[in-house]
Design a protein around this ligand. Structure first.
Ligand SMILES: CC(C)(COP(=O)(O)OP(=O)(O)OC[C@H]1O[C@@H](n2cnc3c(N)ncnc32)[C@H](O)[C@@H]1OP(=O)(O)O)[C@@H](O)C(=O)NCCC(=O)NCCS
Length: 173
């Protein structure tokens, strides 16, 4: 961890994971449980964050996820993950989830997109600095710009809730 570079291109740590869904991953409707997809999202994003930061990183938050289409048993689900943005010790990792239907040669479907914040930690679990991510393509630069918007919304929402609790004398959890 001591010899980590000061910056790293997005492409250096981008990862893809593919998973064939199985019977034991279904919900009561017979389609794949959203939590199964979320677990794989967290796993692949965690590997990307660890590779980018050169050591352990913990999930600090996961944004709201919208499932656009159901995943069926047997479908091949793909998770494509990359670091979109870096702060001092935190990183936003974006994961695009797509699926190939197991029983037809149809275009790949977009299942969902997920955005997670990971914080790189040291041996004591305290935040440690991360190399800055360097986007190199127009698409990577767009994702960095959009990650900055999401970051400012997360901070603003957190601050607004703190102020509301203070203004109303609500007890913090
Ligand atoms: C994430 C964690 C290390 C942050 O510790 P902390 O003492 O609050 O750290 P700080 O306030 O100094 O913030 C450190 C960074 O994390 C970011 N951060 C902290 N909480 C965040 C949140 N809820 N959402 C997004 N970013 C967050 C800060 O913005 C800061 O980013 P920066 O260094 O890039 O500017 C700590 O809250 C933790 O260990 N949480 C549990 C994580 C975990 O166990 N995850 C698995 C769940 S089972």
């Amino acid at each position: 961890m001591a010899d980590e570079p000061q910056s790293r291109p997005t492409s250096a740590t981008r990862l893809s994971l593919s998973h064939i869904t199985a019977q034991n991953e279904t919900n009561l409707l017979g389609t794949v449980h959203g939590g199964v997809v979320m677990t794989l999202v967290d796993s692949v994003a965690g590997v990307v964050a660890a590779r980018h930061s050169g050591g352990p990183a913990v999930t600090a938050s996961m944004d709201e996820m919208v499932f656009l289409v159901p995943v069926r048993v047997g479908d091949v689900v793909h998770f494509s993950a990359q670091v979109n943005w870096t702060g001092r010790s935190s990183m936003e990792v974006g994961v695009r989830i797509t699926a190939d239907r197991w029983d037809s040669v149809s275009p790949q479907v977009h299942v969902a997109s997920a955005y997670l914040v990971f914080v790189a930690v040291d041996d004591e679990g305290k935040p440690r600095p991360v190399p800055q991510v360097v986007p190199e393509t127009d698409e990577e630069r767009r994702r960095t710009r959009e990650a900055e918007i999401r970051r400012s919304h997360r901070l603003a929402r957190r601050q607004a809730i703190i102020e509301s609790r203070q203004a109303n004398g609500d007890k913090a959890e």
